[in-house]
Structure formats: C-alpha cells, structure tokens
Design a protein around this ligand. Structure first.
Ligand SMILES: N[C@@H](CCC(=O)N[C@@H](CSS)C(=O)NCC(=O)O)C(=O)O
Length: 262
C-alpha cells in the first residue's frame, strides 16, 4: 500500500534542521530524506506534545495535535519560520484538551484541519488507513490504530524513520482501553523497524521520544501477552481526564463552536 514512498528508510538524517534561513546553495542535499524541519512543542497543562514538521525547501508545513491554549505560540512560530502551514492534524478526538485546529484555521488562511473519518468529527479533510498527507517533499502515511479511541490514527514519516503515535503508544505506556489497542499497536506501530522513533501525543514523565525497539523491550504493558495486557489495563483505574467534559464536545467540531454551526 505504501510502496510509492521512499523505500530507503535507512537514510536517516539529522531530523532537526532549523536552517530555514539557509540559502539554497548551502543545502546539503535535495532528497526529502535529508531535510526536515522538526519541532516538538509542549503544552505544560495537559502534557501534550504538538509537532511542527516542514519541508524547508517548499516551506509547506504540518502541525500535529495543536492545543487551543497554545495556538498563539504555534502560529507565531510558523510565521517566524516563514512556513506555509497547510494542515493542522489531529491524531484523534482528544479527551484531555481542546484541539487548536479550528482556531489555527481562522488565523492561517488556507490551512486545512484533518482528522480520521472514523472519528466522525468535523474537519476539512477526513483521512483513512492508507491515505497520505503530503507537505513539500515529505509524506505522512496514515495508519488506523484504534483502541484508545476508534478513530485514532498514527502517522508515519518513513523518510525520517518517525511515527507519531498519538495516545496509542506512550513512552513505556499506552492509551486507555485494551484488546483493540493491543492488536492495532502491535500490527501497525511495534511492527515498524526497531530504529523508528516513537513520538507520542503525551508524556507524563519528562521523556520526549522513544523507539520501536526500546518499547518492544521495556514497555511493561505492551510486552505482555494480550490477556495480561487487558488485565493490567483493567486494574490501572486511570482517573477521569479533568477536561473531558469540555474537550470531547469541542473536539467533535474542530475545537471551536461557531454560532449557527453544528
Ligand atoms: N491526568 C490527565 C489524564 C492523563 C491520562 O489519563 N492520559 C491519557 C491520555 S490523554 S486522554 C491516557 O490514556 N493515559 C494513560 C496513562 O497510562 O497515563 C487529565 O486529567 O487530563
């Protein structure tokens, strides 16, 4: 399904290239594998990571999982870096914070909101398994990874060996719910090459990334059998997310209520 993508996944290059000010003559290479602007941004209230990805050549950019309270920061960064933000993407309908995608759309003309079709939430673009989101020379491959919610998607940036897992896989942890989550995570995320970097939607322990190999070895939930996993998740008794009553209805409409809109 994804053969059209850069098969040379091992061409892993410096992922953090903040050189938008670089003149074209100083660029080291023109292949997509070598040039990505990458920023991991934190919302310190919900411990949500927002990711800004861009092709420094075309300047097309994507934000993954923006948070409404942090939209000023995100839009300012996009402007400072001279980027053309084309997509504001959600991994799923979040329960712990309100998405910034609707607010970003208002401030960045032409930016489209994205979420899975299965989520049934409002957005400009509804994606499904096997779809791709292109920005410049890069492509995010869309994988359905249900379990935490039915509409959860993970996004693979193969040329950089990165996977944005939302709440499906957290570092040494995972999202809520059990059987379906175990199956989709093992089939779609933990089956990626071991060097692929895992970039989750949250971390509550101050860690920023992991790898597939590391989680296969050290994730105390996901290394168990399916039955053990279901038992562990049942006994966690995770508390009700504080913002859930505000977040869920807002996130079904892209994070913003407009008078007259449903
Ligand atoms: N304290 C936070 C919620 C923390 C939480 O439950 N996070 C979710 C992902 S966001 S809904 C989760 O699945 N965590 C798994 C875990 O093991 O922590 C709040 O009140 O918002």
């Amino acid at each position: 399904m994804y053969r059209k993508f850069n098969a040379d996944a091992n061409t892993v290059c410096a992922q953090t290239i903040s050189g938008l000010a670089q003149k074209p003559a100083r660029r080291m290479s023109t292949d997509a594998g070598s040039q990505l602007l990458f920023r991991q941004l934190l919302d310190y209230k919900s411990y949500t990571y927002t990711y800004l990805l861009a092709d420094p050549e075309s300047r097309e950019a994507v934000l993954i999982d923006p948070v409404i309270e942090m939209v000023d920061r995100d839009v300012a960064l996009v402007r400072d870096l001279g980027l053309d933000l084309i997509y504001a993407v959600n991994t799923h309908v979040h329960a712990d914070h309100v998405t910034g995608t609707g607010e970003i759309k208002k401030r960045v003309p032409g930016c489209k909101s994205v979420i899975s079709k299965v989520s049934q939430a409002k957005a400009d673009v509804h994606i499904s398994e096997g779809d791709t989101l292109k920005f410049g020379r890069h492509s995010l491959e869309c994988y359905s990874t249900p379990g935490h919610t039915d509409g959860c998607m993970s996004y693979v940036l193969r040329s950089q060996a990165m996977v944005f897992t939302g709440d499906a896989v957290l570092i040494r942890g995972c999202g809520r719910d059990a059987g379906k989550l175990y199956d989709s995570v093992h089939a779609k995320i933990l089956s990626l090459p071991r060097h692929f970097k895992i970039l989750p939607a949250h971390d509550y322990t101050g860690q920023m990334s992991s790898t597939v190999g590391e989680e296969l070895q050290h994730n105390l939930r996901l290394t168990r059998t399916r039955d053990e996993f279901i038992k562990i998740m049942k006994n966690l008794n995770l508390p009700y997310p504080k913002q859930i009553d505000r977040a869920l209805p807002a996130n079904m409409v892209c994070g913003v209520y407009e008078a007259g809109e449903s």
